[in-house]
Design a protein around this ligand. Structure first.
Ligand code: AMP
Length: 289
C-alpha cells in the first residue's frame, strides 16, 4: 500500500492505475474519503470499495474548513499508523494523506477565495447548527474528486445529510464519480460508531444510547402505521425527555434528496437526530421503509 502526500501524486497515481486496470468496462477506482481515526464503520466502506473496485484510495485528512471556530478541530483524534493498518487490511491500495497546506495552498480559511456551496441543502440539519460545515465538506470532497477522478466514492449513511449535499454537488457539477452509500455500523448495543465516541465518559456512553433508542422507536411507530411527522417527532422528543442530561440539537423528518421537512413519512424519507451528550455532539438516523 502506497502513501501519497500531494495532489499531483494522487492525480498521477489515479491516471496510471486507471490505464493499468485489467477490465476497463467495470469501475476500476474507488475513493473513500475520511478524517482518519478509523473504526469499523470506515472499515466497512473500504471493504465495500475493495469488493467493487481494483484500486481503492483512502483519504485521511482532518479538514479544517468543515470545523467551526469553537469546534474540536485541534483535538480531533489522529491515529495515522493504526489507520494505515486498518485500511491495508480491508484492501486499500493507496492512502492519500495531504497536509493542510497541500489542500489549501492559499493559506488559512480566511484567505481562501473558492468554495463549493450547495445552496438550499447546506443550511439544513447539521448545516443549520454548524454554519459553514457543509461548505467545507463539499469543497474538500470536490478537491478530492477533481484530483483523483474516482469511478466510485463510498460514504456512510451515518452522515445522511452529508450524502444529500454531496449527491447534489455531483449532479449540479456533472461530476463523473458515482456516490455509493453504505449502512450505519453500530456497536452491539446500538450506538452508531463515530470517531467522536472516544470523547464520551462511561456515563455519557450509556446516555448516548438514547439516540439509537429514539430511532428504533420511531421505526416501530412507522411500522405500526404512524406516518405523521408531528406525531413521530413528538414521540422522539418524549424518548429524549427520559434522558434529561442529553440536549437535543434537532429531530427532523425530511425528504432525503433535498433535506426539506415533510409532513408525512414515505419510503425513503430520512428521520434524523442530533444531540449533545455532555460536550460531544452525536448524530444518528434511519431511512424509513
Ligand atoms: P469521517 O471520518 O467521520 O469523516 O467519516 C468518513 C466516512 O465514514 C463518512 O462517509 C462517514 O459517513 C462514514 N462513517 C462514519 N461512521 C460510520 C458508521 N458508524 N457506519 C458507516 N459509515 C460511517
Amino acid at each position: 500500500m502506497e502513501i501519497l502526500r500531494t495532489v499531483a501524486d494522487l492525480r498521477h497515481w489515479s491516471r496510471t492505475s486507471r490505464c493499468k486496470a485489467q477490465n476497463n468496462a467495470s469501475p476500476s477506482f474507488a475513493l473513500v474519503p475520511t478524517m482518519g481515526a478509523l473504526h469499523a464503520g470506515h472499515a466497512s466502506l473500504i471493504r465495500a470499495a475493495a469488493f467493487s473496485c481494483e484500486h481503492v484510495a483512502v483519504s485521511i485528512f482532518v479538514n479544517p474548513t468543515q470545523f467551526g471556530p469553537n469546534e474540536d478541530y485541534a483535538r480531533y483524534p489522529r491515529s495515522f499508523d493504526a489507520d494505515c493498518a486498518i485500511a491495508e487490511a480491508e484492501g486499500a491500495t493507496v492512502i492519500f494523506a495531504p497536509s493542510v497546506e497541500e489542500m489549501y495552498p492559499a493559506g488559512p480559511p480566511s484567505q481562501i477565495a473558492t468554495f463549493v456551496e450547495v445552496e438550499g441543502l447546506s443550511n439544513r440539519l447539521d448545516g443549520l447548527s454548524r454554519p459553514g460545515h457543509f461548505r467545507g465538506v463539499a469543497t474538500v470532497v470536490a478537491k478530492l474528486f477533481n484530483a483523483a477522478e474516482p469511478d466510485l466514492a463510498f460514504f456512510g449513511q451515518k452522515d445522511a445529510a452529508q450524502v444529500a449535499v454531496l449527491r447534489r454537488m455531483v449532479t449540479d457539477l456533472r461530476l463523473a464519480t458515482k456516490i455509493v452509500v453504505c449502512p450505519i455500523v453500530r456497536e452491539p448495543d446500538g450506538l452508531a460508531l463515530s470517531s467522536r465516541n472516544i470523547y464520551l465518559s462511561p456515563a455519557e456512553r450509556t446516555r448516548a444510547l438514547i439516540l439509537n433508542r429514539t430511532i428504533r422507536h420511531v421505526e416501530s411507530l412507522v411500522a405500526a402505521g404512524q406516518r405523521h411527522a408531528s406525531a413521530l417527532i413528538a414521540a422522539a422528543r418524549e424518548i429524549f425527555a427520559t434522558e434529561p442530561a442529553v440536549r437535543v440539537d434537532y429531530i427532523e423528518l425530511v425528504d432525503w434528496d433535498n433535506l426539506q421537512p415533510i409532513d408525512t413519512a414515505s419510503p425513503g424519507s430520512l428521520f434524523a437526530v442530533a444531540a449533545w451528550v455532555g460536550a460531544t455532539r452525536l448524530i444518528d438516523n434511519t431511512i424509513l421503509s
